[in-house]
Design a protein around this ligand. Structure first.
Ligand SMILES: [Ca+2]
Length: 222
């Protein structure tokens, strides 16, 4: 089956989610016999960390955090605090779609969503703040460290999150990644628009805020 790049990326995510649905989640220790699903989760997580650590496109911070996450993944306990490793825009080959790649680890698998916070500076030096909450992990109990790819609507002047669409998605009560509304986010522009993202879980943990790296060709650059 030949899928466009973004569908293949979504399919990868979907496969991981199926694995994760069959995994018993919780605050148990990681020692002792592991079933196949746990080993699969571990393989996905180790592979993700190693890929980030050797990816020259990732920031020095991201590579360093990936190394810390790898150590966490291989120790003997479940850390309930999520860690945001990397976040960047991704532009699949041959398409006009923009994805927000969010590389995150949460060992007890209770992620809730992400927060987009933007600072827009106008010509007079005035700063406007936009902060929006996107429950992208709702209905998705996953505990692997990996990249998730969320569909993006590049923000136009005055545009905001579509609250009605997001509420309808939450009310539907199922994990349907293709029915999920897009995340509305601006492309960062040095000196004009700063964009950062952090991730939260359902226990009230927040990761640190991480600046979104712009890997889009010819967008947001001057
Ligand atoms: Ca957690």
């Amino acid at each position: 089956m030949c899928l466009p790049d973004w569908r293949r990326e979504y399919s990868m995510v979907g496969s991981a989610i199926l694995v994760l649905f069959t995994t018993v989640l919780g605050g148990c220790r990681k020692s002792g016999p592991r079933n196949l699903d746990e080993r699969t989760i571990e393989r996905i997580s180790i592979s993700f960390c190693q890929d980030v650590m050797k990816d020259p496109a990732c920031s020095e911070r991201a590579r360093s955090v990936a190394q810390q996450v790898l150590k966490q993944r291989l120790n003997d306990t479940v850390d309930p605090k999520p860690v945001l490793v990397d976040v960047h825009f991704r532009e699949p080959r041959g398409g006009h779609l923009v994805l927000l790649a969010v590389g995150v680890s949460d060992e007890d698998g209770d992620l809730g969503g992400l927060v987009v916070r933007e600072r827009h500076k106008d010509q007079n030096g005035q700063t406007a703040i936009i902060e929006e909450v996107y429950p992208v992990f709702a209905h998705i109990p996953f505990n692997a460290a990996m990249y998730f790819f969320w569909r993006v609507k590049l923000r136009e002047a005055g545009e905001r999150k579509n609250e009605e669409q997001w509420q309808a998605y939450i009310d539907a009560g199922i994990a349907d990644i293709e029915a999920m509304p897009p995340v509305c986010v601006s492309v960062p522009q040095p000196g004009k628009i700063d964009v950062e993202v952090w991730v939260y879980d359902n226990a009230g943990h927040n990761t640190e805020a991480v600046a979104v790296a712009n890997r889009l060709s010819g967008v947001g650059t001057e």
